[in-house]
Design a protein around this ligand. Structure first.
Ligand code: CO
Length: 136
């Protein structure tokens, strides 16, 4: 059972106002959105900007009682999670479980862009919420 990170898939950034944040990223960083998607089961709407082979992911909450809504209420806007790309999320989870890591997701689940994802608890990762992403 192994884990092999192949890239930084994205950095997830919680924002209060998604449309306003998209305009700020356009104006300040000269980037254009390449993808926008509502992910109901995660309670978010996301916008992706491509940077090299990675993305910046802006996250707007679909309501206060969602993970991003709660993060905005407790910590305000800012970096929410770091996502690493892997070839096989299930195998990466098996590896982490064997290493005693605390997992948010015990099994891979569907993410945006038809990916498979799983979250690792920040308690295990030095205070950083980590996501694993497998492209299909
Ligand atoms: Co993410």
């Amino acid at each position: 059972v192994t884990i092999a990170l192949t890239d930084i898939d994205h950095v997830g950034i919680a924002v209060e106002d998604l449309d306003a944040a998209v305009e700020e990223y356009r104006r300040l960083l000269g980037v254009e959105p390449v993808h926008r998607e509502r992910v109901e089961d995660q309670g978010v709407e996301e916008v992706l900007f491509a940077v090299g082979s990675s993305y910046i992911q802006l996250l707007g909450a679909l309501g206060p009682d969602t993970p991003v809504g709660r993060a905005l209420a407790s910590r305000g806007p800012g970096v929410h999670h770091v996502a690493y790309r892997v070839d096989d999320v299930a195998s990466a989870l098996d590896h982490l479980r064997a290493q005693g890591a605390r997992l948010v997701d015990e099994a891979p689940r569907p993410g945006s862009r038809n990916t498979l994802i799983a979250f690792v608890h920040p308690k295990t990762m030095g205070g950083v919420l980590v996501e694993l992403v497998e492209e299909r």
